[in-house]
Design a protein around this ligand. Structure first.
Ligand SMILES: [Zn+2]
Length: 408
């Protein structure tokens, strides 16, 4: 439980300020503090980072194209955003990461303009799915779970699992997975730093109202730059501020005390004894007012692309996420589903051990008693459940999985 409770508290509002636009660093910190495996992976990435030199590898290399899959997971029909809104987001990425953004001219100060980087990566919606079939790079899933993007079951992010009302990842060594699903008001998105998450959850989660620059995108985060910022995290860039005590590890972003919001203009903004680069994509300014990555941010991105995210450079035919496959051990079923008052479970004979079944609500709260059952068909007592969506955790030995049940 020690691993689970702190993250639940953070994600459901105890440890975060309302209006915290991006949750990436908060979630990474919580995971590192509470999961030694995450901490070990992150420390290894830090220790092994090979920063390329500006001359040899940064300024003259081939542009890399990243294959993207966008998983739209919608509760309300309006959140089932259009193909045009999705394409508008891809267009923004290709402008911002190639320094072709129309607002680049807002960076007028020479000391910053000379640091502006063409990151030399581009993005395209995948044209081949994990099974080798043609695709438009978009999946669409209707969910019964409102605000699914921040919902957890134990440590699992529901939006990342088909079985839990979301959509399974495509192999993250080949695709950048982007889940577009509703966050509670005040939050825009979060991203897996390299090494942070298991493959099932490795990617970006983002609110449909802060995605792209057309459709339902809402001002002032309606120009697609939430995702530019989040993909910065995906390649291991940190926020540009840090209380004048910590820093983002990047030399050419000035030390900065706190994030900027709104749309500052002019250059009379100082903290930590230096002028602040509030136009950096890794700050919190409005979409219209952020315009650049720096050359040393590019170096770090390159190090990530050649290191923990190198799978994106040489895509192999990796189809499914391995641990999801491992969960397919369960061949039984729950029925009828949706149900009114009766629920049966079929538990196939696998080995001599019994099954254990437990119910959870959408907030991850355990309901009722555990059922210990032998193989066969059993009726489950669900009188403690009102109408709603529930999860049944089915365990046998060291294997477990969750099944979603709808009670009407
Ligand atoms: Zn962020």
């Amino acid at each position: 439980m020690k691993k689970i409770i702190p993250l639940l508290l953070i994600l459901f509002g105890v440890g975060i300020a309302w209006g915290q636009r991006c949750l990436s660093e908060t979630i990474l910190k919580e995971k590192m503090e509470n999961d030694p495996e995450v901490a070990a992976r992150r420390i290894a990435i830090e220790a092994n980072r090979q920063i390329p030199t500006l001359d040899s590898e940064i300024t003259s290399r081939e542009v890399v194209t990243i294959q993207v899959v966008v998983h739209v997971v919608y509760f309300l029909p309006i959140e089932n955003i259009s193909d045009a809104q999705i394409q508008s987001q891809i267009d923004v990425l290709n402008e911002d990461f190639r320094l072709q953004n129309a607002n680049a001219n807002i960076v007028t100060l020479p000391e910053f303009a000379s640091k502006m980087a063409d990151m030399e990566i581009e993005f395209q919606l995948a044209d081949t799915d994990p099974d080798g079939q043609p695709t438009n790079g978009i999946t669409r899933t209707h969910t019964l779970i409102p605000n699914i993007a921040l919902k957890l079951l134990g440590n699992l992010r529901l939006i990342c699992y088909t079985e839990l009302g979301g959509q399974d990842a495509w192999c993250p060594d080949r695709y950048l997975n982007i889940w577009v699903g509703k966050f509670p008001v005040g939050f825009a998105g979060d991203t897996s730093f390299p090494g942070q998450d298991e493959p099932e959850e490795d990617g970006v989660r983002i609110d449909p109202y802060h995605f792209g620059r057309t459709g339902i995108a809402l001002a002032p985060f309606n120009l697609g730059r939430t995702l530019t910022h989040e993909i910065g995290h995906y390649f291991d860039l940190q926020h540009t501020w840090g209380n004048c005590i910590t820093d983002d590890g990047i030399e050419d972003t000035p030390w900065q005390k706190s994030p900027y919001s709104g749309c500052p203009s002019g250059w009379n903004y100082y903290s930590c004894d230096s002028r602040d680069m509030y136009v950096n994509y890794m700050d919190y300014t409005d979409d219209a007012c952020m315009a650049m990555f720096t050359l040393e941010q590019k170096q770090r991105l390159m190090a990530t692309l050649n290191g923990p995210r190198s799978g994106l450079l040489t895509p192999t035919n990796c189809g499914t996420v391995s641990t999801v496959e491992a969960e397919n051990w369960f061949k039984g079923s729950l029925f009828p589903n949706p149900t009114n008052d009766q629920l049966f479970v079929e538990l196939p004979f696998r080995n001599d051990s019994t099954y254990e079944l437990e119910f959870f609500d959408m907030q991850g709260k355990h309901l009722g008693e555990k059922f210990n059952l032998d193989s066969g068909i059993h009726e489950l007592d669900i009188t403690m459940l009102g109408s709603g969506v529930y999860f049944v955790k089915i365990t046998q030995g060291k294997h477990y999985m969750y099944k979603k049940v709808v009670v009407q």
